[in-house]
Design a protein around this ligand. Sequence first.
Ligand SMILES: [Zn+2]
Length: 102
Amino acid sequence: MKEAGMEAARGQSASDNHVDGNALAGAFAELFTTDITVATTECAQCGCIGPVACLVVYADAPGYVARCQECGGVVLKLVRTPETARIDLRGTVTLTMRLPDM
Ligand SMILES: [Zn+2]
């Protein structure tokens, strides 16, 4: 995923092989018209509510794995193939996005 690599570089962490949630911006841009990084998630494991941009993202997996910044639980996964995009939100109680002004 060339695009994933470019996004990952933008949010690169100096301490580990993960990046922050800003790395998800490009991958979700083709799926949602709003910026996913400013959406908030509620972690199903610990209840932490925070912006997607603050998730801990591992972008070098077959897809993206985003973990909670508080408990480390998997909040969401995104796997992209040439034909499909599969989003696994089992680790998320809610995903809240601000709607564009109409
Ligand atoms: Zn959590």
